[in-house]
Design a protein around this ligand. Structure first.
Ligand SMILES: NC(=O)C1=CN([C@@H]2O[C@H](COP(=O)(O)OP(=O)(O)OC[C@H]3O[C@@H](n4cnc5c(N)ncnc54)[C@H](OP(=O)(O)O)[C@@H]3O)[C@@H](O)[C@H]2O)C=CC1
Ligand SMILES: O=C1OC[C@@H](O)[C@H](O)[C@H]1O
Length: 400
């Protein structure tokens, strides 16, 4: 058997999700049956201080010779880095990704990809011009659970998808949790709000079941109607957003399929946690696929068929085991024995693409990321939500 190819990662930013991602990244890939690649971390950068980057590398258990940088600009000059994982707030993705691409690095950039579609297009153009890999880190798309759901659809088990309900909402008690308005979840300067942070997952479920599963040659963008409720304390970020999408289905005579994508940072998909209520329902004439919350990291599905049969499945997330931490944006916990957080699957995809010379992710290419940003632009337009010009601009470099 050929020895695994080693892919060398640099981690840009040292906040909550950077920690979770890097711990998952360093988990032994053979625990999830991956033998063709191995990940290593060669550098991390913090915009606050080199000391912080050093502490981060120690906390995540990076190799002792990984380098700590106190500036992103210095970090991208490190010739040992193959690919950079960007884990800054949404507002900063465009400037940070441009910096990495300009420096000749492949990029895996956290969701939401950018603040708007114009920025996403500019990044895609830059990656193409530089012949570099670029992918939005929508980790959920790479879960075996998501692959299974898409396979149920493409193999025709429920017939052509006619309707999707997708919710990703959390009761975050925002006035208490984010009272001073500075937290990235509600701060307009950081492109805060439910839509870009949580709603992206509702749209992910709609797109990966209703759009991505259609033949590439005939997929068409949806019509969009949206209602957006502002968050009172800052008035310039959305608190609860509801989107109706109508997708043409050219593969069916006169066909059209509908979806409702909802998101909120005030009310939960299922109060009290994982109750027996599906947050995602994918419906066709032959049945329904249900996915249980949370929409960003589901571990349970149910398939209901027209003949009355039911198939329930659990989707455990293998990993480093007891003691490895995870973080969900607002707090952390510990994985159980033998459990990971599921972020390694997107990392495997990015590393595999780098090794193979592919420039985009398999389960969400750049055109689809751009289209989803266009949908979010339209939702914000209908809901009168704009962010400060310095974070909406495509001008690079811009001081944030
Ligand atoms: N896939 C997933 O499950 C999740 C994804 N995310 C995504 O990851 C990104 C980061 O979220 P999260 O880790 O929760 O955020 P944090 O606030 O915990 O971390 C963000 C980091 O970005 C860096 N940064 C640079 N400039 C700024 C700035 N002006 N304000 C704040 N931070 C700055 C800081 O690192 P430093 O000082 O080291 O430079 C900071 O620690 C977001 O895009 C979010 O949507 C978040 C949670 C879960
Ligand atoms: O991506 C995410 O998933 C988990 C959420 O808690 C977090 O806010 C979000 O950024």
């Amino acid at each position: 058997m050929a020895s695994p190819k080693i892919v060398r990662w640099g981690i840009l930013a040292t906040g909550g999700i950077a920690q979770t991602f890097t711990v998952d990244l360093l988990a032994d890939p053979t625990t999830r049956g991956v033998t063709h690649i191995k990940h290593t971390v060669v550098a991390a950068a913090s915009s606050s201080s080199q000391h912080r980057a050093q502490a981060f590398l120690k906390d995540v258990g990076a190799p002792g010779d990984a380098k700590a940088y106190g500036s992103y600009e210095e970090f991208v000059g490190d010739a040992n880095i193959d690919i950079v994982y960007i884990a800054t707030p949404h507002s900063h993705h465009y400037q940070n990704a441009m910096l990495c691409l300009e420096a000749g690095k492949h990029v895996l950039c956290e969701k939401a990809f950018t603040v708007n579609a114009a920025q996403a297009r500019a990044l895609a153009d830059k990656a193409k011009a530089k012949k570099l890999f670029l992918m939005e880190a929508v980790w959920t798309r790479y879960f075996p659970l998501s692959i299974y759901v898409r396979e149920q659809i493409t193999s025709g088990r429920i017939g052509p998808v006619a309707r999707v309900f997708a919710d990703n909402s959390m009761a975050l008690d925002p006035e208490v949790s984010f009272g001073d308005g500075k937290h990235r979840m509600v701060n307009p300067e950081l492109a805060g709000g439910a839509l870009l942070d949580l709603g992206i997952y509702s749209l992910t479920w709609v797109f990966q079941t209703l759009y991505h599963t259609q033949p590439e040659s005939s997929r068409q963008p949806p019509r969009v109607v949206a209602a957006l409720k502002s968050y009172g304390a800052t008035g310039a970020a959305d608190e609860t957003t509801t989107i109706v999408l109508a997708f043409p289905r050219p593969d069916e005579a006169g066909g059209e399929a509908h979806a409702i994508a909802t998101t909120s940072l005030r009310i939960a998909t299922t109060p009290g946690g994982n109750a027996d209520t599906a947050g995602i329902r994918i419906q066709g004439p032959g049945g329904e696929i249900q996915v249980f919350p949370p929409a960003f990291r589901p571990t349970r599905t149910r398939l209901l068929l027209k003949d009355g049969s039911v198939e329930e499945k659990d989707w455990p997330q293998p990993g480093p085991g007891a003691g490895s931490g995870w973080y969900n944006g607002f707090g952390g916990s510990r994985n159980a024995e033998g459990e990971g957080h599921g972020m390694f699957w997107e990392a495997d995809e990015a590393a595999t693409a780098v090794v193979e010379g592919r420039k985009e992710g398999r389960y969400e290419g750049l055109a689809e990321s751009i289209l989803i940003m266009e949908v979010m632009d339209e939702v914000r337009k209908q809901g009168n939500l704009t962010y400060p010009e310095k974070i909406e601009t495509t001008q690079y470099p811009t001081q944030l």
